[in-house]
Design a protein around this ligand. Structure first.
Ligand code: SF4
Length: 155
């Protein structure tokens, strides 16, 4: 059993979390490292509160109280245009002050987002490669999480 907390970008504060929870259940993206038989308990799910991270000092510490062993900064930190400019700050604060490890990313980056960012050029411009490594590189899951794909959720 692993207990986790997830923070999402406040620009997506009304997100239902479908892709994150799907990736937890199906062990995709950053969750592929957990074997299917190991339960993953999400002890908290919260938007960061808006730039530069209004809930940063409260939320991860609260999740830790409820047993979180690791905090995930969801893939929306990277999916929005531009990527979150505070990723390093959030990661450093949570690791050094709250005392929990941080993983950047959650579900696989959908192909339609990859295509959009390639056209926009911001991932390269903003040095996103070091964060994207956890959620890109597998064309199959990129297609699987692309909700604009005609076969989305059909398999
Ligand atoms: S860009 Fe970063 S700091 Fe701003 S709302 Fe999104 S996650 Fe929070």
């Amino acid at each position: 059993m692993v207990k986790i907390g997830i923070m999402i970008c406040d620009r997506n504060r009304k997100c239902t979390g479908n892709k994150c929870f799907k990736s937890i259940i199906e062990r995709d993206g950053v969750f592929s490292k957990y074997p299917p038989e190991e339960p993953i308990e999400v002890v908290g799910w919260i938007a960061c509160g808006g730039c530069p991270g209004e809930r940063l000092e409260f939320a991860p510490a609260d999740m830790k109280k409820y047993g979180a062993e690791v905090i995930y900064l969801a893939s929306c930190y990277l999916a929005g245009y531009p990527i979150c400019p505070y990723i390093e700050d959030h990661k450093t604060y949570i690791e050094n002050v709250v005392g929990l490890p941080v993983i950047v990313g959650s579900h696989p980056m959908p192909q339609n987002y990859i295509d959009a960012h390639e056209k926009a050029g911001d991932w390269e411009r903003d040095g996103a490669a070091e964060w994207l490594i956890n959620v890109t590189g597998d064309p199959e899951t990129a297609k699987k999480y692309d909700s604009t794909d005609p076969d989305f959720l059909k398999k």
